[in-house]
Design a protein around this ligand. Structure first.
Ligand code: G3H
Ligand code: 13P
Ligand code: ZN
Length: 325
């Protein structure tokens, strides 16, 4: 049976983005696949009083089961309320990289308050057509839609592309007007995963393209995917305890902070969380090889994740303290 997100206590992105653009900060969009990740997100965002977007990829849906995810999101709302003594931070449940109209509809029917339709691998006209179709359905249900123009290098969900195709500033106004999307993901040099730049390469994103885009659609909510910073202390720890991550490089936090001050109002982070959990688990396995109770390694992983997210909200996104703006 179809369920509406408002019945679950979730919100769409309209107010969140309006306030974020005005306030010069970005809403964290953290991916989750399991209970510990969700707990860490909720704990970090209630402690820092930050609004939050819980992000689910199609891979996460396959991994965790969509029914379970729906109830987990509902549980997250109740849990946040409990932690915050009855007052809830705004929580949005968002489909990350939806690739078909049918998937977006299915998510909306199962309680998602926001969906991304990623038509960026199609030609421009097909992207417009597909995105518009999703917007028409979603808006009937008061669900917000993120579209994408330009292709990020690296792995986008199950689709892989070797090189960036930067977003063309000349196209954004037309795309936004024709599709009716609520926010736009752009490609300015970020990429998915932990290997965003080659050693020796200048690890910079194209803030000049971002500025050009902002000129064409002033104040319109912009989204940055692939925004993990790949903290080197985590890479070092993983390798120290038996991992093999070579040349893992991310986006500098200072550049993301700069972007968050502009019309970038949603920043997607997944890989950094994976690194934090992996480092903590590897440390337990290396130092206490006798342990086999999952709580003994997933617990420290969850704590590490929570600290990472608190740091992101405070120092990178600037979203801390904005839950009740
Ligand atoms: O953009 C990709 C996200 O990090 C989700 O990754 O498809 O492995 O769940 P996933
Ligand atoms: P990272 O791989 O840089 O964390 O990006 C995640 C993302 O963009 C999810 O959509
Ligand atoms: Zn992404």
């Amino acid at each position: 049976m179809a369920v509406s997100y408002s019945q679950l206590g979730l919100v769409n992105t309209v107010d969140m983005f309006k306030k974020a653009v005005k306030g010069g900060y970005a809403i964290p969009a953290y991916n989750f696949n399991n209970m510990e990740q969700l707990q860490a997100i909720v704990m970090a965002c209630t402690e820092t009083l930050s609004p939050v977007i819980l992000q689910v990829s199609s891979g996460a849906r396959k991994y965790a089961n969509q029914t379970l995810l729906q109830y987990m999101a509902q549980g997250a709302v109740e849990y946040a309320k409990e932690l915050n003594k009855g007052k809830n931070i705004p929580i949005c449940l968002h489909l990350d990289h939806g690739d078909t109209y049918e998937l977006c509809v299915s998510c909306i029917e199962s309680g998602f308050s926001s969906v991304m339709i990623d038509g960026s691998h199609h030609d421009y006209e097909t992207n417009v057509e597909l995105t518009k179709k999703v917007v028409e359905y979603a808006h009937k249900h008061n669900v917000t839609v993120e579209g994408e123009l330009g292709v990020l290098a690296g792995v986008e969900d199950e689709v892989s592309s070797e090189t960036h195709t930067y977003t063309e500033p000349d196209q954004v106004e037309d795309f936004v007007k024709k599709t009716g999307v609520d926010s736009l993901a752009i490609s300015i040099g970020t990429s998915h995963g932990a290997f965003k730049f080659k050693p020796g390469q200048n690890p910079k994103i194209r803030l000049d393209i971002l500025q050009e885009i902002e000129k064409r659609i002033p104040g319109f909510p912009i989204v940055l995917h692939g925004s993990s910073s790949v903290p080197q202390e985590l890479v070092k720890k993983i390798n120290e305890y038996g991992g093999k991550l070579k040349d893992a490089i991310g986006i500098g936090e200072d550049q993301l902070r700069e972007a968050a001050k502009s019309a970038v109002c949603k920043i997607n982070i997944d890989s950094d969380g994976r690194l934090a959990m992996t480092a903590a688990i590897r440390e337990v396995f290396a130092k206490q090889p006798q342990e086999f109770d999952p709580r003994k390694y997933l617990g420290p992983a969850r704590d590490a994740l929570k600290e990472l997210y608190k740091h992101k909200n405070d120092a990178v996104l600037g979203s801390s303290g904005h839950a009740f703006d």
